[in-house]
Write a protein that binds this ligand. Structure first.
Ligand SMILES: [Zn+2]
Ligand SMILES: [Zn+2]
Length: 133
């Protein structure tokens, strides 16, 4: 009867039956089955850890892309208020030092407005007040 010979694994030092040894492509030597199992486990957890790390980086990049550094809810509120103010402000185009092209907020009538003597005092078309100058 053939008794399997116990051989010491060169990698881990454990003793295993000689017929349980395999040539491992990574270690490039004959190792015991436990070594192969261990290597696969390590590779698996390393791959998982890498995946997690990549997912984390991706998420952080996504957050950076969407919101500039230092961005918070307060900034968002300020920006929202600023945009609302801009939208409400009448359109004013400068013609020269004294005159601007003013668009009436009420009727959208466009007329020349002198900012120095503030003439006309009201919209010549609808009588709406001049705002924002
Ligand atoms: Zn081993
Ligand atoms: Zn008007």
């Amino acid at each position: 009867m053939l008794t399997p010979v116990k051989v010491k694994c060169k990698r881990c030092g454990r003793e295993a039956k000689s017929d349980e040894f395999v040539l491992d492509p990574v270690y490039k030597m004959m190792v015991c089955r436990d070594c192969v199992k261990e290597r696969r486990m390590n590779e698996f957890s390393a791959a998982k850890a890498k995946q997690r790390e990549e997912a984390k980086i991706k998420m952080e990049e996504q957050i950076k892309k969407e919101k500039p550094a230092g961005w918070d809810a307060e900034d968002a509120e300020i920006e929202r208020a600023f945009k609302a103010k801009q939208a409400a402000a009448p359109k004013i185009e400068r013609i020269d030092d004294a005159n601007v092209k003013y668009t009436c907020k009420k009727c959208k009538y466009q007329f020349k407005f002198n900012v120095l003597n503030r003439m006309p005092g009201r919209c010549p078309y609808c009588g709406g007040s001049i705002q924002g100058i």
